[in-house]
Structure formats: structure tokens, C-alpha cells
Write a protein that binds this ligand. Sequence first.
Ligand SMILES: Cc1cc2nc3c(=O)[nH]c(=O)nc-3n(C[C@H](O)[C@H](O)[C@H](O)COP(=O)(O)OP(=O)(O)OC[C@H]3O[C@@H](n4cnc5c(N)ncnc54)[C@H](O)[C@@H]3O)c2cc1C
Length: 317
Amino acid sequence: MRYHFVLNGYLQNCQKLMQEMKSFKETYLSAVEEGVTYLYCQSEETARQLNGRLTENARVLIAKEYVPEVVLKVLEELANPEDLYIFGSDYAGEELAVRLGARLGGSSLTSVSSIQIKNGTKAGIKAGKMVYSNHMEAIFRMKKGPYCISLAKGLTKAEPYPGQMYIAEVHNCYEYDAASYIIERSFEPVEQEESLEEAKVLIVAGRGIGKKEHIALLQELAERIGGQVGVSRPAAMNAWLPMNHLIGVSGAMTNPSVCITAGISGAAAFYAGIEKSKFIVAVNTDEHAPIMKNADVVIVEDFRPFIEALDKILEKS
Ligand SMILES: Cc1cc2nc3c(=O)[nH]c(=O)nc-3n(C[C@H](O)[C@H](O)[C@H](O)COP(=O)(O)OP(=O)(O)OC[C@H]3O[C@@H](n4cnc5c(N)ncnc54)[C@H](O)[C@@H]3O)c2cc1C
């Protein structure tokens, strides 16, 4: 059995995925034979510009844009049924791991945080994944290869090995004809943000802030104090911020030094995402909201006067 990494080269933070993969490799795979890194990306140039490597050799899968279907087709042809395929913790990694496992009649598991491989594949593979809002690790036996896993978000990071991967093969994916259903396409550059999981100061907006326009108030405050803004599920569903700002079991699990919640009731599914905060300030008009029991400081007040007062203090200091 060999292990392979499958890396998303379309992402700006591809480097972060490599760091998580390297750490996973060093912790769990030292006794397993190394395979290759499959890098799916826009061009061979992208692969050559990658700073660092995970394995000696790489196979580059080139497609003008990321379409799961075209990447899967190549992976399907190249995959060995005995082998382990490790995908990144990004969205594409999750979907490709599951779909590849299903297509090839193997096993798949997402958000894997640990793995045990004993006596080759005969005993199967045991993979661990955090469950119950990160409170317990469940161990899953993966019985059939190929074994396709995606890594959990926020694993320990290690700098990839210096130098570049040797590009052993280049595969041009087939051209996907999207013209029949995509009417128009435009690209807007998005500024690369610090991930919410790494934020030291986090301000989270809930349904109680009332409308999208109020997010700007919290963003200004966050900028001033060097923080990030996240949202609860109702705020994300109202598109007040994109889904990658969602905090809670369905989104980011954070551990900031300070977390300020505004207009958040503190439901269990949300609270799991901030419970590792060192200090929680809750601003809510309802003194009986569940978040009030879990916060270090509670402010029973409309969130706006609170933000304004805080702004004034910061102006002075
Ligand atoms: C399987 C599952 C997964 C889920 N995953 C998540 C998840 O990952 N993240 C998540 O957030 N939710 C998740 N939920 C939903 C979760 O259960 C709650 O419904 C949600 O967190 C409530 O969001 P909220 O606190 O913004 O809204 P509400 O519960 O409606 O609370 C709004 C709060 O704002 C207060 N308020 C009103 N006006 C003001 C004001 N002017 N100033 C200050 N306070 C004010 C109110 O008193 C109230 O406490 C999940 C649910 C399920 C079933």
C-alpha cells in the first residue's frame, strides 16, 4: 500500500493545505510507502511555482477551471485499489474524496484527524474523526480500498519540505462543456483573509443585529482592533456574509483570545464553534438568552449603543 496526496492548486491558500498534509504525514505515515502528490490546477506553471513539496514526485492534472467531474475522471483512471488517497481540508477535497471512493467501490471518510494502518491493508484502516461538536473522537474502520480521506480543518501545520516536487507526469483533463447551462460568468478578486480558525479577536453577528447593513459596523470595529467578523447560521442564510464566515458545528470551530457576540442567542450548535474562546463578551437585549450563561461578560443592551461606546473608547486610546 502507498499513500498519495491530492492537492487543490486552484486555492490561494494551497500552501496551508500542504502544511496540514505534511504534519499528517509525519505523525501517521512514517511506516507507509510514499506515493505521489496529485496536484489539480490551472497550469503546469502553477505547479512549478509551488513553494515546497510533500512527496518527491508529482502528477499534475490540468484543467482551465475546477470542475469535479474532470478531475475525478483522471483520478479514477490512475487510482490503485490498494492505496490511500489523502485530500485536503477544503471543500473540493471533501467532495472529491467521497465521490472517488464511491466510484471505485472503496471507502471514504471526511474530516479525518488521525489514522492507524496496521499490517498493510489486510486488517483494514482505522481512521479517526471528531464528533459531537468536537468533544469525542470516533474511530471508523475503512474496509475496502482505495481508501479516500479528506483531512479535518485546523490540523497542526508543518512547513512543507523545501524545494520543488519533480513533475513526473502531466495529464490534461478533458475540456468540460459548461456552455449549455452557464449563461454568464465573471470573476471578482477576493482579498485573502486570515482564516476565522486563526483569528485572535473574533466578533460574531447573529440574527439580532437586524440587517445586512449593520455588518459594516462590526467590520469597522474588527478592523480597528485587528479582528475578524463571523456570523451565526441565520445571518449566513440571509447572506449578510458569505458562508465561509459561518461559526459553529456547520462552519468554523474557533479559539480566539477574545470573542464578542452581538445579537446571538447562543444555541448549542453555534456555541460549539466559540466555546474554546479564552474570553467571551455577549451583547444581547435578552438577559435570559443561553449565551449569557456561558459568557465572561454580559451586556444587556441593544448592540448598536455598545458598538458606538466601544468605538469612542478606542478613538480616545
Ligand atoms: C444540525 C444543525 C446544525 C446547526 N449548525 C449551526 C452552526 O454551525 N452555526 C449556527 O450559528 N447555528 C447553527 N444551527 C442553528 C442554531 O441551532 C440556531 O438556530 C442559531 O445559532 C441561532 O442563531 P442566532 O443566535 O443568530 O439567532 P436567534 O436564536 O434568533 O437569536 C437572536 C438573538 O438576538 C437577540 N437580539 C435581538 N435584537 C437584538 C439587538 N438589537 N441587540 C442585541 N441582541 C439582540 C435576541 O434576544 C436573541 O437572543 C444549526 C442547527 C442545526 C439543527
